[in-house]
Design a protein around this ligand. Structure first.
Ligand SMILES: NC(=O)c1ccc[n+]([C@@H]2O[C@H](COP(=O)([O-])OP(=O)(O)OC[C@H]3O[C@@H](n4cnc5c(N)ncnc54)[C@H](O)[C@@H]3O)[C@@H](O)[C@H]2O)c1
Length: 313
C-alpha cells in the first residue's frame, strides 16, 4: 500500500525566494498543495503580496517578505520575520535568480558581478541563514532546495549565467556534505527552458524549436517542477542529499541537437504551456498577445534564442 504521508507537508513551514512569479511561485504552490505554510520572499513588493494572498486563499498560511537576497542583513532579517510569523522553519527553496544575456566578449564586469551576486551569493546567503535557523530548533533538521539550471551542465546562455548555476550545483554538494551531520538535506533542481516572465518575449518559433529538441515534446512550465519540489522538501527524500535533479523533459539528452519525431502527441499542448505564464504576466501588469508574448519583456532573452537557433525577425 502506498504511504502518501511521505509526501505530506501539513504543519511544515517553508520559504521560497523569488516567489512572486515564475518558478518560485510554482514551488510555493507545490509546497502549499502538500500542506505547508509558505512565505513568499521577493524584491517585487507589488506582485509578491498578491502571491501570498493567493496561497492564503488556497487554505494555508502565507506572508510576503521583501528581501534582496544579495544583502546578508536583509536575508537574516527575512528568516527572522518568517520565523516570527510561523514559529519555525523547515524548508528553504532558494530560487531567486536573474540572467543578463549578451556576448561574453562585450559583457560589462558589473553585469557579471550582478548575476553571480544574485544567483550564487544570494543562494548561499539564504542557505546559510536557513541552516542557522534549523540549528536553533528542536529537533535539528531541515530541507534546502536550490534552483540551479541545466545551464550548470550544458553551455547555452553565457558565461556568467552558466558559471553561476554550476556554482549553485557545487555549492549544493558541499553544503550537503557539511550539513548532513545536522540532518539537513541540501539538493538542487535543474530545469530546462521554462515559460516564465524571463521568457515572455521568446517568439513562437523558438518554442517550436525547443519542442523539437525535447524528447517529451513540450516547453517546460512551473507545474512541471511540482513533483520534484515536493519530493525534495518531504520525508520522501530523507536519504537524498547533494543531488542535482534535472527536470528537463529530456532536453539535455538530445546530444545530436536534431529535431525529434513524435509518435503520440505530447502530454501538454501549446495552449496549456502558457497558462501559468499568462497568470504571471497578468500579476505583473504586462500586456501580451494570444501566445503570451510581449516582445518588450526581457528582449535580450529572445535575442539570444533567435541567434542560437538562426531565427530571423
Ligand atoms: N525560466 C527558465 O527558463 C529557467 C530555467 C532554469 C533555471 N531557471 C532559474 O529559476 C529561477 C527563477 O527563474 P524564473 O524564470 O522564474 O525568473 P523570473 O524572472 O520569472 O522570476 C524571478 C523572481 O525573482 C525575483 N528576484 C530577482 N532578483 C532578486 C533578488 N536579488 N532578491 C529577491 N528576489 C529577486 C524577481 O523579482 C522575480 O519575482 C532563477 O534562479 C533562474 O535562473 C530559470
Amino acid at each position: 500500500m502506498a504511504n502518501l504521508s511521505l509526501f505530506d507537508l501539513t504543519g511544515k513551514k517553508a520559504l521560497v525566494t523569488g516567489g512572486a512569479v515564475g518558478i518560485g511561485r510554482g514551488c510555493a504552490l507545490a509546497l502549499a498543495q502538500a500542506g505547508a505554510d509558505v512565505a513568499i520572499v521577493d524584491m517585487d513588493a507589488e506582485t509578491g503580496p498578491k502571491t501570498a494572498e493567493e496561497l492564503k486563499a488556497g487554505g494555508v498560511d502565507s506572508l510576503f517578505v521583501r528581501c534582496d537576497v544579495t544583502k546578508k542583513d536583509q536575508v537574516q532579517d527575512m528568516v527572522r520575520q518568517v520565523v516570527e510569523r510561523f514559529g519555525r522553519l523547515d524548508i528553504g527553496v532558494n530560487n531567486a535568480g536573474i540572467g543578463i544575456l549578451g556576448a561574453d566578449e562585450e559583457l560589462e564586469q558589473a553585469d557579471w558581478d550582478k548575476v553571480i551576486d544574485v544567483n550564487l551569493t544570494g543562494a548561499y546567503l539564504c542557505a546559510q541563514a536557513e541552516a542557522q535557523q534549523f540549528l536553533r530548533q528542536e529537533p535539528i533538521e531541515g530541507k534546502i532546495v536550490n534552483i540551479a539550471s541545466m545551464s550548470a551542465t550544458i553551455s547555452n546562455c553565457n558565461a556568467s549565467y552558466n558559471a553561476s548555476k554550476a556554482g549553485v550545483v557545487q555549492m549544493t554538494k558541499m553544503l550537503a556534505a557539511e550539513w548532513g551531520r545536522f540532518n539537513i538535506n541540501v539538493n538542487c533542481i535543474s530545469p530546462s527552458y521554462l515559460l516564465t516572465p524571463m521568457h515572455a518575449s521568446t517568439p513562437v518559433m523558438v518554442r517550436e524549436r525547443i519542442r523539437e529538441l525535447t524528447p517529451l515534446g513540450y516547453v517546460e512550465r512551473p507545474e512541471d517542477l511540482f513533483g520534484a519540489v515536493i519530493f525534495l522538501a518531504t520525508a520522501a527524500s530523507n536519504y537524498v542529499t547533494g543531488h542535482d535533479l534535472m527536470v528537463d523533459g529530456g532536453h539535455t539528452l538530445n546530444a545530436w541537437l536534431t529535431p525529434l519525431t513524435r509518435d503520440v502527441p505530447p502530454r501538454v499542448s501549446p495552449e496549456e504551456e502558457i497558462i501559468q505564464l499568462k497568470h504571471d504576466l497578468d500579476a505583473l501588469g504586462y500586456e501580451y498577445d494570444a501566445d503570451g508574448i510581449n516582445p518588450d519583456v526581457h528582449p535580450e532573452v529572445a535575442g539570444a534564442f533567435k541567434a542560437a537557433f538562426g531565427i530571423e525577425d
